[in-house]
Design a protein around this ligand. Structure first.
Ligand code: MG
Length: 187
């Protein structure tokens, strides 16, 4: 019988893989903060961290990270066969499988996630910029897109959560006859 891999094992592999590849939850949360701060004044870094952690709980996201970072790692070791080795190694602009793999897991988080992913893919904010800049033998062809995907999903998730919290607070305020709050701008 084939082995059914326990979820816990997959999750732990993903978290340690991110560490191995030089990305922390704080790095991803930083991008979420930059994306959401203009729309939610007073947003907390800890809320961004929680949102990133929640996205990393998703199996679809975990699998994409394992596949993409494995290919990056194998390319670093020169283990892929040609012509894929050269394509991944050079981060060939027309390759596109890195974006496609990463994009697949943002759809579950709605349109804000999709548009934020597109924005991050172009603007390369925070750790994405560092990953995209070639340093020594490191290859992050897949990782930069995967991080953009996690950050985009976590941003969208947080935007929806904050609206829910605001509405719940307003309902309480209305009941108690207090003044209602508004969100600074809508996403
Ligand atoms: Mg890429």
């Amino acid at each position: 019988m084939k082995r059914q891999v326990p979820s816990k094992e997959v999750k732990e592999a993903v978290l340690s893989r991110l560490v191995d590849r030089g990305v922390t939850i704080e790095d991803i949360a930083e991008i979420v903060y930059i994306m959401q701060a203009p729309y939610n004044v007073g947003i907390k870094k800890s809320a961004c961290m929680d949102s990133v952690r929640a996205v990393l709980e998703k199996r679809e996201v975990q699998h994409a990270i394992l596949v993409g970072t494995e290919l990056d790692r194998l390319a670093e070791e020169g283990m892929l066969s040609e012509p894929l080795q050269s394509i991944v190694e050079s981060d060939e602009g027309l390759f596109g499988c890195d974006e496609t793999l990463a994009l697949g897991s943002v759809f579950g988080y709605g349109s804000i996630a999709v548009t934020t992913f597109g924005h991050l893919d172009k603007q390369k904010i925070g750790v994405i910029k560092r990953l995209d800049t070639k340093q020594g033998n490191a290859i992050h062809t897949f990782l930069d897109d995967l991080i953009a995907s996690v950050a985009a999903s976590a941003s969208s998730r947080l935007a929806h959560r904050l609206r829910d919290e605001l509405e719940a607070e307003n309902e309480r305020a209305a009941k108690e006859g207090r003044i209602q709050k508004t969100q600074d701008k809508n996403n």
